[in-house]
Design a protein around this ligand. Structure first.
Ligand code: PSU
Ligand code: MN
Length: 349
């Protein structure tokens, strides 16, 4: 709600310049911010980072651009500012204009940028869609703490031989950003993914009562118990605030189950078929996820894409609510600190 944002802005008047951590984080050169994002960050208002591989490699045109615009609208309607992150001709962008977003959604000459490809894309002035890992890197440099995606990468089935483990998992272990996702697709090994996240020291939570299972992207329940649970956006924000205060430098994952009405419950057979095809055609590495996504869309006659869009939209709402709570929690601390500083001046030295 815009009202919530306005109220938030009113509460913040006069305290903006006492926010050294955010200002410092944004000194990193070579990042272009849209004015809206830049102002929101300077004022300590809630900002939600959004990834762009989902646009460039995850969905076909025009479903990708429609989804991207809808997600930005949903984030705004909850009172936060959306910041879609991408690399355009070697420049890192935090927030895209309408034209930039439209061009990116139709761009054919675009690479998938995770941590490994980051210097390559920037150094060679390429255009790239940032994965969860790539987007986390930029969000962290920009001082954005909350990031919404559809699903993260994970440990691939057969990884004990192929060693194919998404860089998203290691990034979650080393970068202090909260990632909202609908869990991990069952094209991956969900059990091993949760083990790996634990090893990396990632705080993995799922929305729902204590004991709720971790979600499986197209379906709300993976059958694997979530390590931890959160009951509300405020609770998720409080945990992230503690993560920041403790300076753990690791990330946090919030699993949000797809709403039951949107779930693609009969998708498992298509997943097995698509996986067999990958093996026969010898599709490996970073080509696997885009191949499986587009093949599933064909095999399920659009049902997987419909579910994918619904879950991203749902995540956007929840992520924006978390960002609003976190901004309030952070500003509360700052006002409190200012009050203490002011009172200490009154005391005789
Ligand atoms: N899952 C989806 N859509 C996507 C991706 C995952 O349903 O677009 C993308 C995300 O950007 C994620 C990346 O970070 O794939 C993981 O790729 P890899 O497994 O190659 O690390
Ligand atoms: Mn991989």
């Amino acid at each position: 709600m815009r009202f919530r944002r306005k109220m938030f802005q009113l509460c913040k008047v006069g305290t903006a310049r006492f926010r050294p951590s955010i200002c410092e984080a944004r000194k990193f050169s070579n990042i272009s911010y849209t004015r809206e994002v830049s102002e929101a960050l300077s004022n300590g208002e809630p900002v939600v980072a959004l990834e762009s591989t989902i646009i460039t490699h995850g969905m076909p045109y025009p479903a990708n651009i429609e989804m991207a615009r809808k997600v930005e609208t949903l984030v705004r309607s909850e009172g936060a500012v959306p910041a879609t992150i991408a690399i355009l001709n070697g420049n890192i962008h935090v927030g895209l204009s309408n034209d930039e977003l439209t061009d990116l959604a139709q761009c054919k000459d675009v690479i998938k940028v995770s941590r490994a490809e980051f210097p390559y894309a920037v150094g060679k002035k390429l255009t790239g869609g940032t994965t969860v890992a790539g987007t986390m890197i930029v969000a962290d440099k920009a001082g954005i703490k909350v990031f919404v995606t559809g699903g993260i990468g994970g440990v691939h089935r057969g990884a004990e031989v192929s060693m194919d483990i998404s860089a998203d998992l290691t990034e979650l272990g080393r970068t202090p950003v909260l990632v909202v996702s609908a869990g991990v697709k069952s094209i991956l090994d969900i059990g091993l993914t949760l083990e790996y996240l634990e090893t990396m020291g990632v705080c993995v939570t799922t929305f729902g009562p204590k004991g709720s299972n971790f979600p499986a992207f197209y379906t709300p329940d993976s059958g694997f118990r979530s390590p931890l649970n959160v009951a509300s956006p405020f609770e998720a924000a409080s945990i992230m605030k503690a993560n920041m205060d403790l300076n753990l430098k690791s990330g946090m994952l919030v699993g949000v189950p797809i709403p039951v009405k949107d779930a693609a419950l009969g998708i498992q057979k298509a997943i097995e078929t698509a996986l067999e095809e990958c093996e026969k055609k010898n599709i490996k590495g970073k080509l696997i996820t885009p191949y499986l996504l587009s093949r599933l869309n064909e095999l399920t006659k659009g049902e997987s894409l419909r579910a994918n869009i619904a879950l991203v939209e749902n995540n956007a709402r929840v992520g924006a609510q978390i960002a609003c709570s976190l901004a309030q929690l952070t500003s509360g601390t700052k006002v409190f600190t200012l009050l203490i500083m002011f009172l200490s001046h009154l005391l005789p030295s």
